[in-house]
Design a protein around this ligand. Structure first.
Ligand code: ADP
Ligand code: MG
Length: 695
């Protein structure tokens, strides 16, 4: 239950002045929430200073000024294309206020002839005439104090004006209660941080640009509030998982030895190190929650398989869960035969399994006949019961949330969880994304991989590229052709891909060319992928939907159109789909000209390295955290007040702070703990609170 003192901040924004039922959805979309608190987290991005009142001949064109004017006469326009003009006197000369599509009655009301008014807006001069077109503010002497101010400028979107936001914000600020301080007093004193209410007031009523700078104490405080809320929630969940206790899973090693003997390769050093970490976790009394980070092709699957066998050696079950049907099937196809060879039974469960087959699979899980389960989130369903699930692997973590991890963990008595991701997340960001997990990295590729030859070339060369792939096709090569992102719009993406598909079909025939995109049903998609992997299709045209991890070893060419529009991490992931077999592979990055400096630098990185971690670090430097973790790809929590490039140092402090808090007061019952509960509720991390309350 949310504490009462926070109720005003969780009132609907509709209760604020100026936000009615029509405007509400627009504001919600803009601020990303529907509560007063969400509005307060919508920070200004700049200021407009209306304090300036220079003589007219000293004004700079385009600058904002506030003027005392005496209205002399109105000049209605001779035709609709000309503005309505109101001629005014000022102490330093004549100022014309002009209005397009004006209503005369309204203008006569607000600017009556012979009266004095205060006007504010952007001044320009044209020949010898000074004018303000559509003044932002018009008022009487009595309203001067409201006009001649410094105004915050908010990030805006269509339909929501700055005036509306400012007005609602004023009311919202009135609702901020006095809250007890939840931060360490020494930290607050050292940084001269104001309390939360004062910090919000400062930021929403900035007096100059410095008040909005990322290192202003008010801004730092808010960023830290958010970072600590996040880190604390993660620490609490992790501590709880630990306390829940695990079981000691430490098998005799016989199955693992058999499997290793059957594999055509030896484990890399990185794989061995990761396994040592994992076996340690499994053998300990605590609950395991570990992230295995490794580039595409770094060999995560075998690591997962070995760890699962450790559980099976103890007479228990293990499960591996993938985010999509295709990936689940692919795991099943790789793992199934390997397990079969050593006499272990493995079954797959996805949303597509129905009726009798599904029932049989569930029976196998429930009576323990099936030792290893492979599936999608269908494994979460209520009627899925395991005889004794001890270990779960979650592949491609990004598509799942903390919540789902907990659900899977709830399927067994004390399930150890290994999360695997192929997204190379820079070290600084690992912390925010996975602060609740230990991390192992596969930073060494299996030997014998041929590097991918990456070339960057302008899109005008596309005809040469097409003749090149025509030749390659004749030798049995498979080709991915990835089509560009167009303005973030799936529909346009699709049109571009369809157009490319049409051209290629014309040249090579529709038996040889396939098309996959996000709008297709899973089943259709699988069929096209299947024809590409094992059938006649030689060229697969795709929007960015090609599944992470899809494995087609014969695919050795990838063409990426308008590669400059992709994120580096995305390009890296895409490129990871080739270079999986023995043959040399080529990646052609086509770009549209002219190419900007940053884009040039980014494509150069792609050409120079295949190391996902280096690419991720460089991408972060060039673009910034929000985009590296881009919501579209990652589904990771985005911060609203903190900016990781600007507040990265606070993140490390928040993590240590959170650990200390959880060590000293694991149930948040002491005085500071009570206050910290408010912080968790305030940032809607109550999942963590609920979790430790329920015991
Ligand atoms: P990931 O899931 O990390 O993308 P996979 O587990 O699919 O990578 O491994 C990619 C390929 O590398 C597979 O064909 C796998 O059999 C092979 N592989 C894994 N480990 C090794 C190794 N130590 N030596 C050689 N090949 C390996
Ligand atoms: Mg994989």
């Amino acid at each position: 239950m949310r504490p009462e003192i926070l109720f005003p901040l969780f009132a609907e924004i509709e209760t604020l002045p100026g936000i009615g039922p029509r405007l509400k959805p627009l504001v919600v979309r803009l601020i990303g929430g529907e509560h007063v608190a969400d509005l307060l987290w919508h920070l200004p991005s700049g200021i407009i200073d209306r304090r300036f009142s220079p003589p007219l001949d000293e004004t700079i064109d385009g600058s904002i000024v506030t003027m005392d004017v005496w209205v002399e006469r109105h000049e209605p326009p001779p035709n609709r294309r000309r503005p309505y003009r109101v001629i005014c006197k000022t102490l330093s000369g004549t100022l014309v206020l002009s209005f397009f599509n004006a209503r005369a009655k309204y203008l006569n009301d607000v600017l009556p002839v012979g009266e004095k008014r205060i006007v504010s807006g952007k001044v320009d001069h044209y020949r010898n005439e000074y004018q303000i077109t559509h003044p932002d503010r018009i008022g009487t002497e009595a309203e001067r104090a409201e006009i001649q101010t410094v105004e915050p400028v908010y990030p805006m979107s269509a339909g929501v004006t700055g005036k509306t936001l400012t007005k609602a914000m004023r009311a919202a600020l009135q609702l901020v209660p006095e809250l007890p301080e939840w931060h360490d007093p020494a930290l607050v004193a050292r940084n001269k941080w104001p309390d939360l209410a004062s910090a919000l007031r400062t930021i929403h009523n900035p007096e100059d640009a410095a008040d909005l700078s990322p290192d202003h104490p008010a801004r730092q405080r808010l960023a830290y509030d958010e970072l600590l809320a996040n880190q604390l929630a993660l620490s609490l969940i992790r501590a709880k998982m630990r306390k829940l206790g695990g079981r000691v899973t430490n098998g005799a090693g016989d199955l693992r030895q058999k499997l290793a003997a059957n594999l055509p390769f030896a484990m890399t050093g990185a794989q061995q190190r990761a396994l040592a970490d994992i076996y340690d976790d499994m053998a300990s009394e605590g609950r395991m929650l570990r992230l295995l980070q490794g580039d595409v092709g770094s060999g995560k699957t075998v690591v997962a398989l070995m760890a699962m066998l450790n559980a099976v050696e103890c007479g228990r079950q293990a499960a591996i869960m993938a985010p999509t049907e295709i990936l689940a099937r692919q795991h099943f196809e790789t793992i199934g035969p390997l397990l079969g060879q050593i006499g272990i039974k493995c079954a797959i469960l996805t949303g597509r399994d129905k009726g009798k087959a599904r029932k049989a699979t569930l029976e196998g899980f429930a009576n323990g006949d099936v030792q290893i389960a492979v599936g999608t989130h269908a494994l979460f369903q209520d009627d899925v019961v395991f005889s004794d699930l001890a270990f779960a692997v979650v592949d491609e973590q990004h598509r799942f949330g903390v919540h789902q991890r907990l659900m899977l963990a709830g399927k067994g008595q004390a399930v150890d969880v290994l999360v695997m991701t192929a997204t190379p997340i820079p070290r600084t960001l690992t912390l925010t994304a996975f602060g609740d997990m230990e991390v192992s990295r596969l930073d060494e590729k299996p030997p014998g991989r041929k590097p991918v030859d990456t070339r960057v070339l302008p899109i005008d060369k596309v005809d040469d590229v097409i003749s090149g792939i025509g030749r390659a096709m004749r030798t049995g090569t498979k080709i991915y052709w990835v089509c560009p992102l167009v303005e973030d719009s799936e529909i346009l993406d699709l049109q571009a891909a369809e157009e490319r598909y049409r051209i290629l079909v014309e040249l090579f025939g529709d038996a040889r060319v396939g098309l996959v995109h996000g709008k297709m049903k899973a089943k259709e998609k699988d069929e096209v992928m299947e024809r590409f992997a094992h059938g006649d299709t030689s060229i697969l045209v795709a929007t960015t939907v090609i599944e992470v991890g899809v494995n087609v070893p014969d695919a050795t060419i990838m063409v990426i159109e308008h590669s400059e529009r992709f994120g580096l991490a995305q390009l890296h992931q895409l490129r990871g789909r080739i270079g999986r077999g023995d043959a040399a592979s080529t990646c052609l990055l086509l770009y549209g000209s002219p190419l900007g400096q940053v884009s040039k630098a980014r494509l150069k990185i792609m050409r120079e390295t295949e190391d996902g971690f280096i690419i991720a670090e460089e991408d972060l430097k060039l673009r910034g955290a929000g985009e590296v973790l881009g919501t579209r790809q990652s589904g990771l929590q985005e911060y609203r007040l903190a900016n990781l490039e600007l507040h990265g140092d606070l993140l490390a402090i928040a993590r240590d702070d959170a650990r200390l808090i959880v060590d000293r007061d694991p149930d948040l019952q002491k005085t500071r703990g009570e206050a910290l509960r408010l912080l968790l509720y305030l940032f809607e991390r109550d999942e963590a609170v609920r979790y430790f309350r329920s015991g």
